[in-house]
Design a protein around this ligand. Structure first.
Ligand SMILES: C[S@@+](CC[C@H](N)C(=O)[O-])C[C@H]1O[C@@H](n2cnc3c(N)ncnc32)[C@H](O)[C@@H]1O
Length: 255
């Protein structure tokens, strides 16, 4: 799978950067507020297991899934000795495995940093999750949004109008990982909420990366002149999901 090639360097290239730490820290603060220790949580597209490790260190029982064997191997090494089960799961064709079934029912479902952007639609995923999450269970889904002010401004400034508006293409945008092309989709808030609506009630929508730039512009944030702390504080205090890089959707399982 195309993400396998990224797995060995994903943490050094992304997880360990000050930008990723600042953004992930805000997701963790929210997860810590809504999921009690001992809660069972299903993680989708877990990558190298950074969130699974954090949650498990607090006592949350995590079933962490990903399609990439390389990512799962990295997550296994990172979470050894913690209450984390790992399982292969392709979000495009979700199927119950013994590991996923064993962890159910789940008080929560997490997908951080764009795992759900692998899918053009989310109705089938919502159908898959519904029987695993009892009424009142919470989904926390961090999804790259359709309109990203930073991305539009940056690429227009560099005379790249097609890149500036690539997220608006309903057929998705082609990216590269490990020498292979793959398609990334950018759902609108209305489309995402419509797909989850039969089983999950929207509870909260917030943003990550309105003032902070998208993660591929991370080197910019390490320049001496970049006022990182000020911009990070603005990002926390002045959110506006419609124009941010990532939107965080929280849903509650309907009765
Ligand atoms: C940007 S990474 C995010 C990883 C992790 N959630 C984090 O916060 O660092 C996207 C992840 O989605 C996974 N992924 C991509 N397409 C997938 C699919 N169809 N099913 C399951 N996982 C997928 C990749 O293997 C990768 O681990």
């Amino acid at each position: 799978m195309y993400f396998d090639a990224l797995a060995p360097t994903y943490d050094a290239d992304f997880t360990a950067t000050p930008l990723a730490r600042a953004l992930r820290g805000r997701v963790w603060a929210r997860l810590d507020a809504v999921f009690a220790p001992e809660a069972a949580l299903l993680e989708l597209a877990c990558g190298t297991g950074e969130d699974a490790r954090h949650l498990a260190q607090r006592g949350v029982r995590v079933t962490a899934t990903d399609q990439s064997a390389g990512m799962l191997a990295a997550a296994r090494a990172k979470t050894a000795g913690l209450p984390v089960k790992l399982a292969s799961l392709d979000l495009a064709a979700p199927a119950l495995s013994p590991e996923i079934q064993a962890g159910a029912p789940y008080a929560g479902v997490l997908s951080n940093f764009g795992g759900l952007n692998a899918l053009p639609r989310h109705r089938a995923l919502a159908e898959f999750l519904a029987p695993l999450v009892p009424a009142g269970g919470r989904l926390v889904l961090v999804v790259m949004g359709r309109w990203c002010a930073w991305e539009i401004g940056w690429h227009l400034l560099h005379w790249q109008p097609r890149r500036a508006f690539r997220r608006l293409n309903a057929r998705g945008s082609t990216s590269q990982a490990g020498g292979a092309d793959f398609t990334v989709y950018y759902p609108s808030t209305a489309a995402l909420q419509r797909d989850f609506a039969p089983h999950f009630q929207p509870a909260r929508v917030w943003s990550l990366g309105l003032w902070l730039p998208p993660t591929y512009l991370e080197p910019l944030t390490r320049r001496r002149w970049f006022p990182f702390r000020l911009v990070a504080a603005l990002d926390r205090r002045v959110p506006w999901p419609p124009l941010a890089d990532h939107t965080v959707y929280e849903f509650v399982r309907r009765a």
